[in-house]
Design a protein around this ligand. Structure first.
Ligand code: SF4
Length: 448
């Protein structure tokens, strides 16, 4: 069995090494000062790898300057260029960044061009010691893959395998793979299928784990913890991102807590034995609320997701104070929903925002949540940009997609129903659309 370690700048990923915690800037990369400042803050907060959106050549040049400024300051944190829709940009970014993230679903217009241009990318990466993340997303699988395998975990696995083979054909092995989805069942299934296939092929590439568009607050943290822990508890996964619709600074402590939890593997197995003996009374005594919800989600979440348990009870002391039944019930509701066992509120799909976001995504998302909280059973997306948002919002029933400059598109499924509506009216229009659909046609969608 060949287990690969991939170096991204000065950080090694894979082959049973420590779990590497990463995040992504939400500043416009072309705003060099703001992006540099955020990289410094993120690095000081413990980010081991930082990704920046790199949508064009202007951003590649900015990334180069940002990297030089960081290195001048003695900050060696590796930088990743996030590239969509342009192999030309990927080629240039590979000369600058420590890793380039590409999305097989939008790397090139057709497969023959993809094979040719990916080969060119691997040549550039060899020359510059750059690694590549093959970043497959459930919401943006290529048409060819969807036609053949459906928009499914198996399709995600096949997309990844196709690009792994392309890398191998070019004698390039500095690759890391991700198969992100917002739905924890789809996400864990896709990674498990890929891991099985790699075992069969006897070559294990490092995996970057993430629940994409997880949202914010407790829901976002718990959803991420359930998806990540279901895999990490089986030894699957080498680097993680907890993707939150909040400041990226908040992603680091959440990811750190999850990574640290799995640095003590004995802890997980103690819980497993407890569950196997039928003892489902869990108690926690932690310093912070986040520590409690993340630890509990890491311990209990995988068993709910895999249906080895159906229910549980929890008591908790946080900073010495007993947690009220009301808060415990709320936590239980969030955990049951994250594991897709019981839906007590709408399911939200919200991207974390990045340099493409031109509005205050976090506050808009909170307002959408406030005004749609009664819509149990619906999947509602809030996405930060019109370029990737509609593709990435996977199986949302309705979507609020920021166009930038105060304008918003409102989607029903994958179809834009209203374009360029003013931001001040957008949530009203979204609610009216949902309401009129409920009156006129469709029965409310069902999660499951
Ligand atoms: S969907 Fe969100 S995270 Fe993805 S590119 Fe657009 S703004 Fe950035």
């Amino acid at each position: 069995m060949k287990k690969l370690t991939v170096n991204v700048g000065n950080v090694s990923i894979g082959n049973g090494g420590k779990i590497v915690v990463q995040t992504m800037c939400n500043t416009p990369t072309a705003d060099i000062e703001a992006s540099f400042r955020q990289c410094v803050e993120l690095s000081n907060a413990g980010a081991q790898i930082i990704r920046l959106t790199t949508q064009g050549l202007k951003e590649v040049s900015a990334l180069k300057v940002i990297k030089e400024m960081l290195r001048d300051k003695g900050i060696l944190t590796p930088l990743v260029a996030d590239v969509h829709f342009s192999y030309e940009v990927a080629h240039e970014a590979a000369k600058v960044a420590d890793k380039v993230r590409i999305n097989p679903g939008n790397f090139a217009k057709d497969h023959d061009i993809a094979i040719r241009e990916f080969a060119r990318l691997t040549d550039i990466c060899k020359e510059h010691s750059t690694s590549i993340r093959i970043g497959v997303n459930h919401g943006s699988l290529g048409d060819r893959i969807v036609e053949k395998y459906g928009n499914t975990p198996a399709g995600m696995k096949e997309a990844a395998m196709e690009w792994i083979k392309m890398a191998e054909n070019n004698n390039f092995d500095r690759i890391i793979i991700s198969l992100k989805a917002s739905n924890t069942i789809i996400m864990t299934k896709a990674y498990s299928l890929l891991h099985d296939e790699m075992l069969k092929n006897r070559v294990i590439y490092p995996l970057h784990l993430g629940v994409t568009e997880a949202g914010n607050g407790d829901e976002g943290r718990i959803k991420s913890a359930v998806g990540l822990s279901a895999l990490l508890s089986k030894g699957i996964g080498d680097t993680i991102r907890v993707s939150l619709t909040e400041s990226p600074l908040n992603e680091i402590p959440a990811a750190d807590l999850i990574a640290k939890f799995f640095e003590k593997p004995g802890r997980y197995y103690t819980v497993l034995e407890k569950i196997q003996s039928g003892n489902l009374n869990f108690s926690y005594n932690t310093e912070t609320w986040d520590e409690f919800i993340l630890e509990a989600a890491c311990e209990i979440g995988p068993h709910l997701l895999e249906k080895s348990i159906d229910d549980f009870s929890v008591s908790a002391f946080v900073a010495g104070q007993a947690i009220s039944n009301h808060l415990i019930d709320n936590f239980k509701d969030n955990l049951m929903q994250a594991a897709r066992r019981r839906f007590s509120k709408p399911e939200y799909i919200a991207c974390p925002g990045c340099g493409r976001t031109l509005f205050n995504l976090e506050s808009v998302f909170n307002e959408v949540k406030r005004r749609t909280s009664h819509l149990k059973g619906y999947n509602i997306a809030v996405m930060g940009c019109i370029v990737n948002g509609p593709g990435e919002m996977a199986d949302a029933d309705y979507g609020y997609v920021g166009e930038g400059r105060g304008k918003v598109s409102i989607y029903r499924g994958k179809t834009p129903v209203f374009r360029s509506v003013p931001e001040s009216e957008a949530i009203d229009i979204l609610l009216k659309l949902i309401d009129s659909d409920a009156r006129n046609i469709v029965s409310p969608p069902q999660n499951g």
